[in-house]
Ligand binder design. Structure first.
Ligand code: HEM
Length: 318
């Protein structure tokens, strides 16, 4: 081989390995030989936990989303604050809960196959199982994520806010390789769970110079929400279920958006662009179309890369 072709070969290999090492290649059979029981273990733990506490499924789904949007799906959201304040203690994450479910799954997995399964993968399985136990679709979770070593509360500012308009939402998603269709499908996660008053107060008090209440919010819902979230109500747990069937994963969320009965400005914003509006209409009229799109978009979101190690304890870097 001439020295110039050796040089070309060497540089191609270097470029290939640089591209490759930027991410951990995910695959569907990653634990086939090293921990074949892993998904059954997570399913069992999540099923038990959701039976005991109906708020667990929503919490785990949101936890996975918040993990993936900061530093990729690397379980950075699970790390505890030590010298620095971790993501977990950043403002949008103080309402995250059910971290104990991930700890239980991790303990059960470590007992069977120590040092093999990342916390990031466990969280991705748990999010899928939460959707399934709530009546939603299932999907094959790509595996092989690594856990990160860094978690900073200050970075939670990168999470989309409930006050975002469609352009801000689109930008937040596209920065992570996610499309407008992913945005509409994944927002369907708001079929599950609960929201605190602080997340929609902007719509019901001092909305703008001319309106106290967001004119795009249905008046009956506005009155109900104003009744719960009075300016005087300082109760920490005051708020509203995301939709009337908030423990069932269904397409009610999209039907509510079309009736101007969604909770957040960011939900309502999906009507302000022709493409997202038409997807909302599609998903409102077909649960099947929503389920398919949701599963596809979850696979995309949960493949955002990050992480370097397999943590021993999900709350502490090795
Ligand atoms: C599109 C941008 C999004 C924004 C602005 C947003 C914002 C929020 C906010 C403000 C809450 C209420 C938090 C509280 O008051 O306690 C919430 C709850 C929730 N979000 Fe989102 N979210 C978005 C996307 C997503 C995605 C992609 C998922 C999952 C696929 C998701 C799943 C959930 C779930 C399940 C809850 C209920 C949590 C619980 O009950 O513990 N959200 N979201």
């Amino acid at each position: 081989m001439s020295s110039s072709s050796a040089l070309i070969l060497f540089s191609s290999l270097l470029i290939f390995s640089l591209i490759y090492s930027q991410g951990n290649a995910l695959s569907s059979n990653y634990y086939e030989n090293t921990c074949p029981q892993v998904e059954d273990i997570v399913t069992q733990v999540v099923t038990e936990a959701t039976k005991k506490d109906k708020t667990v499924a929503a919490a785990l789904l949101r936890m996975h989303f918040h993990d993936c949007f900061i530093r990729g799906c690397d379980a950075s959201v699970l790390l505890n604050s030590k010298k620095n304040t971790a993501e977990k203690d950043g403002p949008p994450n103080v309402s995250l809960h059910a971290f104990y479910v991930i700890d239980s799954a991790k303990n059960a997995i470590e007992a069977r196959c120590p040092g093999i399964v990342s916390c990031a993968d466990i969280l991705a399985f748990a999010a899928r199982d939460s959707v399934v136990v709530s009546g939603g679709p299932s999907w094959d979770v790509p595996k092989g994520r690594k856990d990160g070593r860094t978690s900073q509360a200050s970075e939670t500012i990168q999470l989309p806010a409930p006050t975002f308009n469609i352009n801000q939402l689109q930008q937040s998603f596209s920065q992570r390789g996610l499309s407008l269709e992913d945005l509409v499908a994944l927002s369907g996660g708001h079929t599950l769970g609960f929201s605190h008053c602080s997340s929609f107060n902007n719509r019901i008090h001092n909305f703008n110079n001319t309106h106290d209440v967001d004119p795009t919010l249905h008046p009956t819902l506005a009155a109900t929400l104003k009744g719960i979230c009075t300016l005087k109500n300082r109760a920490k747990n005051a708020g509203s279920p995301m939709d009337p069937s908030s423990t069932t994963f269904d397409n009610t969320y999209y039907k509510l958006i079309l009736q101007n009965k969604s909770l957040f400005s960011s939900d309502q914003a999906l009507l302000s662009n022709p493409k997202t509006k038409s997807l909302v209409t599609d998903f409102a009229s077909s649960k099947d179309a929503f389920f398919k799109a949701f599963a596809n978009s979850m696979i995309k979101m949960s493949s955002i890369n990050g992480g370097q190690e397999v943590r021993k304890d999900c709350r502490v870097a090795n």
